[in-house]
Design a binder for this molecule. Structure first.
Ligand SMILES: [Zn+2]
Ligand SMILES: [Zn+2]
Length: 267
């Protein structure tokens, strides 16, 4: 939702920035990457790793307007896990910068762009000391879930999945286990869900149960339904918090700080 009805939780689509190990890591290039790109440019950030969960429109729509991609001093590494159709990361980005949907092709990006591809299940190291665990999520056309670990601090980004009480849920629990903070797909309410079975999204009650099983310390309801207004999202948040006090609905622009084991010991 965009406009006055959705100012608190926000109307931008998925984009999360993580600063860890000296690196700038971006998860997804939804419309939220547009203001992020402006601030990264102002800050003069020259090295960026961008990871796609998958390439549905709401996760890529901001990339053509991401200013650092057009700055010749920037280095942009774009990562994608094997999607179900087996396209390379470069082919996926080709599909985004494509006339007549966009007037220019990806060759007009002035940043030094590198394309990297991995298989869900791989463990990567985007910045020194940052362990990035990946896994496949249950979503139409496939999606990748991420778990980031550094010095004992754990952050999980698990959007665009539908609970299945099978391998998919096992993978969500594996990627979320003991996380200090996890953001998970809670697009639908339990009441809405029966109308959207197989659309590839979950609900706060299923996610809450999985987070309890996985001993997640704090979890955020993410990927709000696109027609949701603030007033309804706030009601969903308080309903969830009655059962899961360690839950909250993610707000646009919200910041979190996680402390690693050594940083915690110093306190
Ligand atoms: Zn999707
Ligand atoms: Zn999505």
């Amino acid at each position: 939702m965009v406009g006055a009805e959705a100012l608190e939780f926000g109307g931008q689509t998925s984009c999360v920035e993580v600063r860890a190990g000296g690196g700038v890591i971006i998860l997804d290039a939804g419309s939220g990457i547009i203001p992020l790109g402006k601030s990264l440019l102002e800050e003069g950030v020259t090295e960026i790793d961008l990871f796609f969960s998958h390439v549905h429109y709401d996760h890529i729509i901001g990339l053509p307007y991401f200013l650092p991609a057009f700055w010749n001093k920037a280095k942009l590494r774009i990562w994608a896990g094997h999607m179900l159709d087996d396209a390379t990361t470069e082919q996926l980005v080709d599909g985004i910068f494509r006339p007549p949907y966009f007037p220019i092709t990806k060759e007009y990006m002035r940043a030094d762009v590198e394309y990297h591809r991995f298989s869900p299940g791989d463990v990567l190291e985007p910045s020194p000391g940052v362990r990035l665990v990946t896994g496949r999520l249950n979503h139409p056309n496939g999606a990748v879930g991420y778990r980031m670990e550094r010095e004992g601090a754990v952050f999980s980004y698990l959007t665009d999945f539908e609970h299945d009480e099978g391998r998919g849920d096992d993978e969500v629990r594996r990627l979320a286990a003991d996380a200090d903070l996890a953001l998970l797909d809670t697009t639908y309410t339990p009441e809405e869900y029966p109308r959207y079975v197989n659309f590839g999204h979950s609900t706060w009650d299923h996610v809450g149960r999985m987070c309890a099983q996985a001993r997640v310390h704090r979890w955020g309801m993410f990927h709000h339904m696109h027609m949701r207004e603030d007033i309804d999202q706030a009601a969903i948040e308080s309903a969830a918090q009655k059962i899961y006090p360690n839950s909250f609905a993610v707000r646009q622009g919200q910041h979190f700080q996680l402390f690693g084991r050594t940083e915690r010991d110093r306190k």
